[in-house]
Design a binder for this molecule. Structure first.
Ligand code: ZN
Length: 137
């Protein structure tokens, strides 16, 4: 029995008591049942909204984990080379167009092998602004 059905049941009991419409107790009871009816409808509506919302959150969660998987799959291999506090730069391999994260140390060394296609990448410092190179100050 959901809340609406319980209120309907109460209304039935109330009618069965055959109290006079002028009876003060009857007025109070009818008012209370009316209020309960309003609550029951609101709860019904909220439950529906909540279910919709929960479904949407589920969908977002699934989409997000797909994005996370994609993101971390690509970066995991390179993580070991990173030192904890360093600055990282994204470079794009001119041969396979793979995006590679490199640490500042690697940049300063001037080159890295593309982990995707093995192409030797040399970094052209002129393509970076002075701000990026000196970002640690
Ligand atoms: Zn490459």
């Amino acid at each position: 029995m959901d809340a609406n059905e319980k209120v309907a049941y109460l209304r039935g009991l109330m009618d069965g008591m055959k109290m006079s419409d002028d009876d003060d107790t009857a007025k109070v009871l009818r008012s209370i049942i009316d209020v309960l009816g309003d609550f029951a409808e609101d709860i019904d509506e909220l439950s529906e909204l909540y279910d919709d919302l929960a479904d949407q959150v589920d969908e977002i969660d699934q989409d997000l984990s797909i994005v996370e998987d994609d993101l971390y799959d690509e970066e995991d291999d390179d993580y070991d080379d990173f030192d904890e506090d360093g600055e990282y730069y994204e470079v794009v391999c001119p041969k396979c167009s793979d995006e590679i994260c490199v640490s500042e140390d690697v940049l300063i060394e001037g080159g890295i092998k593309c982990p995707n296609c093995g192409e030797n990448l040399e970094f052209d410092f002129s393509s970076l602004t002075a701000d990026e190179i000196n970002s640690e100050d």
